[in-house]
Design a protein around this ligand. Structure first.
Ligand SMILES: [Zn+2]
Length: 898
């Protein structure tokens, strides 16, 4: 990542202490008199409107990312209190920037302040005197990330005004704040999405679709789910942001700025609602409450009504940027009410309402002391709220500078001590794993998070547990202990109730994120401390798992086990390079060093083997090298021609599927629903993948709310469904030998029978021997949990899977099969076990799910369908079940099976 400090100032010297007055900006040459006298002589600090040509917050005006960056660079060039740092690149290649805003003295010593931050965050043994020195000389770093959700435009649109105010203020109170605090304003958390949304807004301005949502995800892949990626860190922009706070700058305060719906409170501030994460220290909850109550007070004093807290948003789940809570940062989000991008809305007083936890009615109450009365709500209003909010956060950080810095180091000490004094003490990841590539991926991920990861230099015994040299050990005695514990253990949802014996408070989002479970890595929690073990620990070097293989001159093939996800990456790369690949239909090799059924043999072809060697060294898994021909049964595989169905309805699951396919080198074509009409499905594709989408969106182009169909606000060209003709073509594709893979709501296209095949006169619905029985399981509620699943062995769909595994489930669909009729068949591939379903998270109604089919293979004519009841690639965070999708893509056509 190129880190270039943008600094267009001609001179940073000569400011001295008098530069506390901020309108005094820059000396033109170093030889001039002290800067306070130079108020008029520096380059003029440009106002946002002088650069942009309009006042930010004006109705129907939005700046795009280039304009935002352009202004902030001009501001940084003219002001010694603003400095720009490029810190990463978006998935579509845009540079990402953070603006440091503070006193010029602070910005002069940014490197020194950064070192102080790191010491306070990571060093549990700072001597008292030195600590006092660091606290006296340190500054509170407040990192704010703006508009990660691109429809939530106002935070980024507010920044230039706020930054200009800070750079030109003559208010001595604010000057003092900026001397105590360094603001790290991430200009825009999602620059790709910002441009998509602004372009869309401009395109439809003045039409009846003005202010409509962007039809498609506002991101290369994941759209709104970018705030669900802060454990798995799959996306480039997520990684860049996480690195800023986890391993580079160690800010003490983290704020994520969002917007919500239009008809509730105007502005949400912390504290959040229950449940809260149990691994997070009480001090962090108390500090976010301090910031929150000051926000309510300050914003109300600024005349802004409708500020609410303790409402709707719980604080239990670490998938958002608030993962920083688990890394000892005071972290919270704010949410402003929305208009339609830059188009105002008028809210009738009778339309005002609240939903969710903490506010049962839209009335004056302790969680909303000053309700907004209704009326017109515009981008300008939201900008006003944001400016007030940003100022309040700055003031609170300033007021508590020393306490916040002391708190950060005290928490570091406390977490390190806790890890030494209370169980669990270590998580051990044995070197021997079913999927060694995922062990490597997990270690890399933890290191990326700033977690210390060690390995054993010799065999040892802890209690009854025999550990081997090379086993990975993650000690809990480290500053980010809470994070380690959270992501390494299985989740148990903290059940809290509204009243004694009343309903359980439901979670806002999912309830499981255990990395070992989701990644299929065996992990052992050790609850006994061992100094002997600790004496054998050495840090795992960064990039410890790279492969460096020189293939021999005489080579028949290389082989990869079916148990490893990385094997599939090698296979798709080999197929793309035109190499021949087959799968072992039976286990091969000596006991103990065996390649299981379904393992891959990549034939080397003619020497030299450069292409193969480059593939082998790109995969984090050493291959089995086979110099001589061996006699084994190989099922040949083809590079499937894949179509992936993606709707325009902010289809995040399809986006995640594209991400998965791109990551594993699987080529595909995106089909939108309206494309089915004109497509030659059988001629162009072998496999059609239907990720989770509503059947109503797919076949009607509408959402279903209760009994009502609701049209989305997208322009009509983006809400065309799969037509009757298209559905008929799909049936014809299947019956002629095509493969369909489907999960989530889109399985409804198949569990209620296939549409009559196109071109058939008087065709009738093709009944399949599978149906969805979710509706009959009313007591079941799975907000998103990791559940045990039993897979049938020795099937091309389950090759590489354990017989008892786990999968990420949201509770539906659940299947029932029946004796097939006409030209169909079915096989139950996976069922929920008889007991102990819940591996991680929260589940109601377990009994109803027990022994139910949750993955089914169906045949119709010559075609095959693979239907999943769980989410095999949920948010890119469930490698434990990725290979079920890959196996389905690689299914041999019927008749070819070995
Ligand atoms: Zn949001």
């Amino acid at each position: 990542m190129g880190k270039t400090l943008y600094n267009g100032r001609r001179n940073r010297g000569g400011t001295m202490n008098v530069a506390r007055v901020f309108c005094v900006v820059v000396a033109i040459t170093a030889t001039l008199v002290p800067s306070v006298v130079l108020a008029q002589s520096g380059p003029k600090i440009p106002t946002p409107e002088s650069v942009l040509g309009f006042v930010l917050g004006t109705d129907r005006e939005l700046m795009d990312y280039e304009q935002l960056v352009g202004y902030m660079q001009k501001l940084a060039a003219a002001s010694s209190s603003v400095e720009m740092l490029e810190f990463g690149t978006t998935p579509l290649g845009r540079p990402m920037y953070v603006a440091f805003i503070s006193s010029s003295e602070n910005l002069e010593r940014l490197d020194e302040l950064k070192d102080i931050n790191r010491r306070l965050a990571l060093d549990p043994e700072i001597p008292a005197e030195e600590l006092a020195y660091l606290v006296a000389n340190g500054r509170v770093f407040v990192m704010e990330t703006l508009s990660m959700h691109s429809g939530e435009v106002a935070p980024s649109q507010s920044l230039p005004i706020f930054a200009h105010r800070m750079a030109t203020t003559e208010d001595l109170e604010i000057v003092t704040h900026l001397d105590d605090v360094v603001l790290m304003m991430v200009l825009c958390h999602n620059p790709d999405g910002m441009d998509m949304v602004v372009d869309h807004y401009r395109e439809y301005l003045g039409t009846k679709f003005e202010g409509s949502s962007l039809p498609r995800v506002y991101h290369k892949y994941v759209g709104h789910d970018n705030n669900r990626d802060f454990v798995a860190l799959t996306q480039e922009d997520t990684r860049a942001i996480a690195a800023l706070y986890s391993t580079e700058w160690y800010p003490q305060v983290m704020v994520e700025k969002h917007q919500m719906g239009s008809t509730g409170p105007r502005y949400f501030v912390p504290p959040n609602h229950d449940p809260i994460a149990q691994n997070v220290d009480e001090g962090l909850w108390n500090w976010s409450a301090v910031f929150g109550s000051n926000l309510t007070r300050d914003m109300t004093a600024d005349g802004l009504s409708g500020v609410a807290s303790h409402w709707l948003f719980d604080d239990y789940w670490p998938g958002s940027t608030e993962t920083s809570l688990w890394k000892n940062m005071i972290s919270f989000l704010t949410e402003a009410a929305s208009c339609k991008l830059a188009t105002p809305v008028r809210v009738e007083p009778t339309e005002l309402r609240v939903r969710g936890k903490g506010l049962a009615e839209y009335k004056k109450g302790v969680n909303m002391p000053d309700p907004w009365p209704g009326g017109v709500w515009s981008l300008g209003d939201i900008v006003t709220y944001e400016l007030s909010s940003m100022s309040s956060i700055l003031a609170t950080a300033s007021r508590h500078r020393e306490e916040i810095l002391e708190f950060r180091n005290a928490l570091c000490r406390k977490e390190v001590e806790k890890g030494r004094d209370e169980a669990p003490y270590y998580f051990v990841l044995p070197r021997e794993q079913r999927d060694p590539g995922e062990l490597a991926a997990l270690v890399n991920l933890l290191q990326r998070h700033g977690v210390e990861v060690d390995h054993l230099t010799a065999d040892t015994v802890v209690g009854e547990l025999h550990l081997s040299a090379g086993d990975v050990v993650v000690p809990l005695s480290q500053p980010y202990r809470a994070f380690v514990k959270e992501v390494m253990e299985a989740q148990r949802y903290p059940e809290r109730h509204y009243i004694p014996g009343g309903d359980v408070i439901r979670p806002y989002d999912i309830t499981s994120w255990s990395l070992p479970l989701h990644m299929g890595v065996r992990s052992i929690q050790v609850d006994m401390r061992s100094e002997a073990l600790e004496a054998l620990l050495e840090p795992v070097p960064v990039n410890a798992f790279t492969v460096d293989v020189k293939l021999p001159d005489e080579l028949w093939a290389v082989a990869y086990p079916s148990t490893a996800n990385a094997s599939y990456k090698a296979v798709f790369a080999a197929l793309a390079a035109g190499l021949e690949v087959g799968r072992l239909t039976h286990p091969f090799g000596p006991e103990g060093n065996q390649l299981p059924s379904g393992s891959f043999v990549i034939l080397a072809g003619q020497a030299p083997y450069d292409a193969l060697e480059s593939i082998v060294n790109r995969i984090s898994l050493p291959p089995f090298v086979l110099p001589d021909v061996i006699a084994v049964a190989l099922q040949p595989i083809r590079n499937p021609r894949v179509a992936l169905v993606e709707t325009y309805f902010h289809d995040m699951d399809a986006g995640w599927t594209r991400y998965l396919f791109d990551t594993y080198g699987i080529p595909y074509t995106v089909l939108h629903p309206e494309d089915f009409d004109g497509a030659d499905l059988a001629g162009n594709y072998d496999v059609i993948v239907f990720p989770a989408a509503s059947k109503d969106v797919l076949t009607k182009g509408k959402y279903k709310r209760g009994d009502r169909y609701v049209a989305a606000s997208y322009p009509p060209e983006f809400r065309k469904p799969i037509s009757k003709e298209g559905l008929g073509k799909l049936t014809k594709f299947i019956e002629g030998g095509g493969i369909v893979i489907s999960w989530g709501g889109s399985t409804g296209l198949f569990t209620e029978g296939l549409a009559p095949a196109s071109g058939e006169k008087d065709g009738e619905t093709v009944e399949l021997p599978v149906r969805d029985v979710t509706k009959s399981l009313e007591e079941v509620s799975v907000p998103g949990a990791f559940l045990a699943v039993d897979f049938i062995p020795n099937d091309p769909l389950t090759w590489g899977m354990p017989e008892r595994g786990g999968a990420f489930s949201r509770g539906s669909p659940v299947f029932a099969t029946s004796i097939p009729s006409l030209d169909t068949d079915r096989r139950v591939i996976a069922v929920y076990p008889e007991r102990d379903l819940l591996l991680s998270g929260y589940l109601e109604g377990e009994k109803a799910l027990q022994t139910k089919p949750v993955m089914v293979w169906v045949r119709a004519g010559k075609g095959q369908l693979v239907l999943f009841g769980f989410r095999p690639q949920f948010r890119g965070s469930t490698p434990a079940t990725f290979k079920l999708v890959f196996n389905a893509l690689l299914l041999p056509p019927l008749g070819d099976a070995g």
